[in-house]
Design a protein around this ligand. Sequence first.
Ligand code: GLC
Ligand code: CA
Length: 537
Amino acid sequence: MADRDRLSGDAAPWWSGATFYQVYVRSWQDSNGDGTGDLQGIYERLDYLGSLGIDGIWLSPTMPSPNTDWGYDVSDYKGVHPDLGTHEDLSRLVKEARNRGISVLLDLVPNHTSSAHPWFVEARSGPSAEYRDWYVWAPPKEGNAPPNNWISATGAPAWTYDETSGQYYLHNFLPTQPDLNWWNPAVHSEFESVLRYWWDRGVAGFRIDVAHGLYKDDQLRDDPPATDADPPQTRRGNLSPIYSEHRPEVHQVYRAWRNIADSYEPGRVLLGETWEFDHKRLGDYYGREAPELHLCFNFPFVFSGFSAKEIAKVVESSLAGLPAGATPTWTASNHDVGRFPTRWCGGDNRAVKAALLVMATLPGTMVLYYGDELGMTDVDVPPELQIDEMSLAQPGHPGRDRGRTPMPWTGEKNAGFTVPSARPWLPLGDHSSLNVQAEEADPQSVLNFWRRLGRLRRSRKIGAPSQLETLLLDDQCWVYRAGGVVTVANLSPEAARVLLPRQIGKVLVSSSPEKEAGDAGQRLSLGPWEVLVADEA
Ligand code: GLC
Ligand code: CA
């Protein structure tokens, strides 16, 4: 770890302890009435972003793409998708956001391109094509069978036969997403130039898609059968993907990228979509001998149960597994896994406030998904309106569209997301009362709660690196000290009484606002899901 990353409090780098907000661009704000959110729409809503007390936004894919996987099939890494706007729109957004203290992160997809990318189109022309070796090709096994047993994210074989050359190409996701060959040094230089291209234009950093997957086994060995040690989320079919993903060689890539990031002033940030369920292995992506990614998504936290003991356990394991000085991340919703107000809270806003308060008071960087601040739940998208090919290809999958529906700004038709006469690209849920306008007017709303909490988190730098000390943990409640404050959380639907080991001070933010400004004391009675954060003494 570089020395400056070991520092805490005021000296911590800007991204450590920050709050990021994921904007799913197509669903956030449409500015031109075509039913699809866009960059200009985000620009027009910068006041709203400013009101959330966040430090940065991560934009879901903005690059040109045929959209078989909604932008995760990139056809030009230095472009802007025409549905979303232009280079000028993006620059204006980056600059004005910066003026308001909000950094902009883009989504970068280095594991695979679109099959429509000019590199793949050329590569496909035959074995001697210039770009052939940018992708992973292999001859059939006997009987024209795929080269090995690897399974893609849809559950089907990860190989597609190419008639022209009589070889197969690899795709760990859809057949329209051919995997790049990271054994080829030309791929490294190309992606380093992509990083610099955007960093030179003021973009603060990248969320790195499938960060654990870039390298594949050079001998293309079969993946072994999964065992009890493989959590369901990491399996490919019934296999443990230790050869098709999770290869050790990927770490050199991030060491090189980190050096480039840190050569900028202020430093740029790399946030990995690291699909690792073991915190030690997750910690490896922060770098052990040399620094790698600044931040890594914490999927064991996302998939934890939401009870005091389960949350305390996954938090302790996160803190213990990462290298000294590494910044953990806390997030609970995204465009793949759906929304926590449904998964954890069954739509109960008291539980939503509890989850927000816990994430906001843990040491580390927090990533909200658009709508989390409203308590927005998953939307039941009827089968005829579902458009996500990846989940449609998997029978029984709840569908990723449920967590990607438009942002509800008002109670009117189309919710202020797009004009009332337009057809939104995905349907809206019931936004008659769950919308920004209604929540702004309601002092008890999730939005007003989040705003108080977000301001406190920012002004007191609660997420900056610090030790976490559990003061009390039982079947209902978790009480901990971290970041200069004490959090008291009843993570249960029943009222609870707690006797703390010592007195604590003034209540700073509470889900029962009448308690704010009073002293918390030592003996507390808490309502169902009641939470508060207080001064230490
Ligand atoms: C990541 C993205 C997901 C996408 C996949 C393939 O998991 O978050 O939406 O489908 O990678 O790029
Ligand atoms: Ca639009």
